[in-house]
Design a binder for this molecule. Structure first.
Ligand code: HH2
Length: 271
């Protein structure tokens, strides 16, 4: 029997973000407690999320790294409490193999790795578990990435790098691989707009494409969207553009509003 794809549906999927962190850029601290994170996850499912992405380490520019112990202390109880209570697949947003392994043992079915398997143990963990994986492009670490934005052709280089990582994962036996250009990760605002404009080139590779545009700082260069709280409409516009370019999944904070905006995009695509 073939396994049902988790990262591709008959329409674009909405992945709701649940940050169990004190310092995430857009909602840091709001859902840091276990109960608050569980409630937020259930709320996002109710709003129509197709997938839930749970993370215990902020990757905002300049963010401090957290230890594996601390990250586990944040996310493990959230997975424990959601097991059996949510109907949608859960994803763990982590760059650490130990955290991924624990979350997979607690019901996660997707590993969202912003470093695309940089931890040498991550590939083995993902293959063994049969989990799906999201491979995102970035350079350096959240602490250093703002200085690492020199590219000749950003869209071409990101595509080549992602295809290389994705092929490696596929050949090693990963059950399902999706790719993500990592908008805002070692990218200037201008480069992020280029990546969104040329997202179709990633779609052409045949891998499902995940796009994370929600509330990000590239939107903040536009008038009236400087503050994170002012970026809902821009985030929706960016999500629609990503889906019109063929993205399979959009990773967002505002699930209900995104589902409504994407219903228009889907209706136009089908018309
Ligand atoms: N963006 C963030 C975190 N994880 N994963 C993927 N695949 N793609 C993204 O674009 C992406 C991601 C940053 O957003 P957020 O989780 O809200 O912030 P923080 O990292 O500060 O917790």
């Amino acid at each position: 029997m073939t396994r049902k794809a988790l990262l591709r549906g008959d329409r674009a999927l909405v992945m709701g973000v649940v940050n169990v962190t004190p310092d995430s850029f857009s909602d840091g601290g709001r859902f840091a407690g276990v109960e608050a994170a569980v409630e937020q996850a259930l709320r996002l499912e109710d709003e129509g999320a197709d997938l839930l992405d749970i993370g215990g380490e902020s990757t905002r520019p300049g963010a401090a790294e957290v230890t594996e112990e601390e990250e586990l202390r944040r996310v493990a109880p959230v997975f424990e409490r959601l097991m059996g209570r949510v109907g949608v697949p859960l994803s763990v947003d982590t760059m650490k193999a130990g955290v991924a392994e624990a979350a997979l043992g607690l019901g996660a079915r997707i590993v969202n790795d912003v470093t695309a398997l940089r931890d040498p143990k991550m590939l083995g963990v993902v293959v063994k578990s049969g989990a799906a994986v999201v491979l995102m492009h970035m350079r350096g670490t959240p602490a250093t990435m703002r200085e690492l934005t020199e590219y000749g052709d950003v869209a071409g280089e990101v595509r080549e790098w992602l295809v290389d990582r994705a092929e490696g994962g596929r050949l090693a036996g990963v059950a399902e691989v999706a790719i993500d250009p990592g908008i805002g990760f070692a990218k200037t605002a201008e480069q992020s707009f280029v990546l969104l404009k040329r997202l179709g080139e990633l779609v052409e590779t045949g891998y499902p494409v995940v796009a994370g545009v929600s509330r990000k700082s590239f939107l903040g260069v536009l008038e009236g969207q400087e503050r994170v709280e002012e970026r809902l409409e821009g985030s929706l516009a960016a999500a629609v553009l990503a889906v019109m370019a063929g993205a399979a999944v959009v990773r967002v904070h505002d699930v209900r509003a995104t589902r409504k905006a994407l219903a228009v995009a889907e209706a136009v695509r089908r018309a």
